[in-house]
Design a protein around this ligand. Structure first.
Ligand SMILES: [Ca+2]
Length: 496
């Protein structure tokens, strides 16, 4: 597979969406042809393009095969069962889209989707037992990334590149499958659009449009689009935006802030947002542990200062009775201009929020950084096919179809609900959420962290305002390196 095709396609789709807004016909049936001369950057398009129809029009190139209504059994977490199976149209736009996706796949290929479920720890044991005993029950697993990364090292899963009809170049697969998760043509764990938890768990920043206007913070989407949404810009806009709402003379969680975050993985996400990695492929096809660097140290210094030295920026660090919805509740109350959030917070908690809000990416390290990027919380799932699956080709066809139909039906429904807007309107917000979703970076060091690697260091240091990154690293380097050597060995020895 070639790299970059999906990104290109995303840009084409994004352009098509934007073209719907800036359609440059003059209304008299004539078409503005100045773009052909290179003097006008406006796309040469006369008709607005329906972005949903654009998605539907992409051919999945799957064969005409049917399977006599045989069961197709997927192992998945009980918590995310709803993202795979919906019995009938319920009236909820996302659930209905999932139902329609399944109907499209089941009727076309004459299969019957069935689930094996459990919480992530017990499901992990169940899958291990099933595969190690040679049981051919499971056709596909869509399971917790870090748990699955752990058992993948035991050789339980197929290489996606050996699975017929799976095409990572299609827009319904994460570009990161090819760019980050494939080593020497080996990729046992992948993310595609039927993994709704990888959409729900995407780290982003939400901003309150009314408050941004009240505080004259400027055109936030414009700042993002100009590549100027950096950690320093976030600091500049929010460091002094503070009000002692409960008038107790202390900065506390009942006040008003420019920027709010909870602890844990919203802090880990900055490593990737700032362009860092844990493990990265090298040019000779191997894997390097690239986590430790001068820049990583600088990131920790910057984040400790950002979250601890400014009254307008609040890091929720309460340890007792921890409230994972702290930021979201501040935001919903109109007590925070910006918050670190999961994309799924919008759908789960903000459907009835009164103020308009926008979804934007995490800030970049500096303006020189080429792209925005983000990561997905460790609760997200990955796709993998057990080596005991009875028909690898069928697993490939059905997985590809589920991802394609999710891209066409479920993603637009999710975007609409997340933004409280019709997918075919508010093109600017849709384009922004697309930017966030397409900037998801997956990292071998995170997938295969096993809670023994380097992926969770930021949350500890920034929580404690501990700027002594180097001594933390010195104390932990040996065990982290030992763990990742097992991951490197797994890839080097895969299939040999
Ligand atoms: Ca106060």
């Amino acid at each position: 597979m070639k790299q970059g095709t999906k990104r290109t396609l995303s840009i084409i789709l994004l352009s098509a969406i934007i073209a719907g807004v800036v359609s440059c016909g003059n209304g008299n049936g004539d078409t503005d042809t100045t773009s052909a001369t290179g003097n006008d950057s406006q796309p040469d398009v006369t008709e607005p393009i329906d972005p949903v129809a654009e998605r539907e029009a992409i051919d999945d190139e799957l064969p005409d095969k049917t399977y006599d209504n045989a069961p197709f059994t997927i192992a998945t977490e009980t918590d995310f069962e709803w993202t795979l199976l919906q019995d009938e149209a319920s009236g909820d736009v996302i659930d209905d889209a999932i139902y329609k996706r399944n109907l499209a796949v089941e009727e076309r290929f004459k299969i019957d989707l069935e689930l094996v479920t459990g919480d992530h720890a017990s499901l992990n044991s169940k899958i291990t037992n099933i595969v190690q005993s040679g049981d051919d029950t499971l056709d596909l697993c869509m399971t917790h990334v870090i748990q699955t990364g752990n058992i993948a090292l035991m050789g339980l899963f197929e290489n996606w590149y050996d699975v017929p009809y799976v095409n990572f170049e299609k827009p319904w697969w994460s570009a990161s499958n090819i760019e980050d998760m494939t080593v020497d043509n080996v990729c046992p764990l992948a993310v595609g659009d039927c993994v709704l938890s990888a959409l729900i768990g995407t780290y982003c920043v939400l901003y309150n449009k009314r408050l941004a206007e009240d505080y004259n913070l400027g055109d936030i989407y414009g700042i993002v689009n100009d590549g100027k949404w950096t950690i320093d810009k976030a600091l500049e806009l929010t460091k002094d935006t503070y009000s002692d709402l409960n008038s107790n003379g202390e900065i506390d969680g009942e006040d008003f802030f420019g920027y709010v975050s909870i602890q844990f993985s919203p802090l880990n996400a900055y490593l990737w947002a700032f362009g860092g990695h844990v493990l990265q492929r090298n040019e000779s096809g191997g894997i390097d542990l690239v986590y430790h660097s001068e820049k990583t140290n600088d990131m920790v210094q910057k984040l400790c200062s950002f979250f601890h030295d400014n009254s307008g920026i609040y890091l929720y660090t309460t340890d007792a009775n921890y409230d994972f919805n702290f930021s979201v509740n501040c935001f919903k109350d109109g007590r925070a201009v910006f918050i670190n959030a999961l994309l799924g917070d919008t759908v789960a908690y903000l459907r009835d929020m009164k103020d308009d809000y926008g979804v934007i990416p995490y800030p970049k390290w500096d303006e020189a950084q080429e792209n925005y990027s983000t990561m997905v919380d460790g609760f997200h799932e990955v796709l993998c096919i057990p080596v005991t699956a009875p028909d690898i080709e069928r697993s490939g066809i059905i997985t590809e179809a589920l991802c394609a139909e999710s891209y066409k039906k479920v993603m637009p429904a999710y975007y609409e609900t997340a933004l409280k807007t019709k997918y075919t309107r508010d093109n600017e917000s849709i384009a922004m959420i697309d930017l966030v979703v397409n900037s998801r970076v997956f990292d071998l060091g995170y997938f295969y962290d096993g809670w023994k690697g380097a992926s969770f260091i930021f949350e500890r240091l920034v929580h404690d305002n501990n700027t002594n990154f180097e001594s933390y690293w010195a104390a932990n380097e040996s065990s982290i390196t030992t763990h990742y050597q097992k991951v490197i060995d797994y890839f080097e020895n895969y299939g040999k």
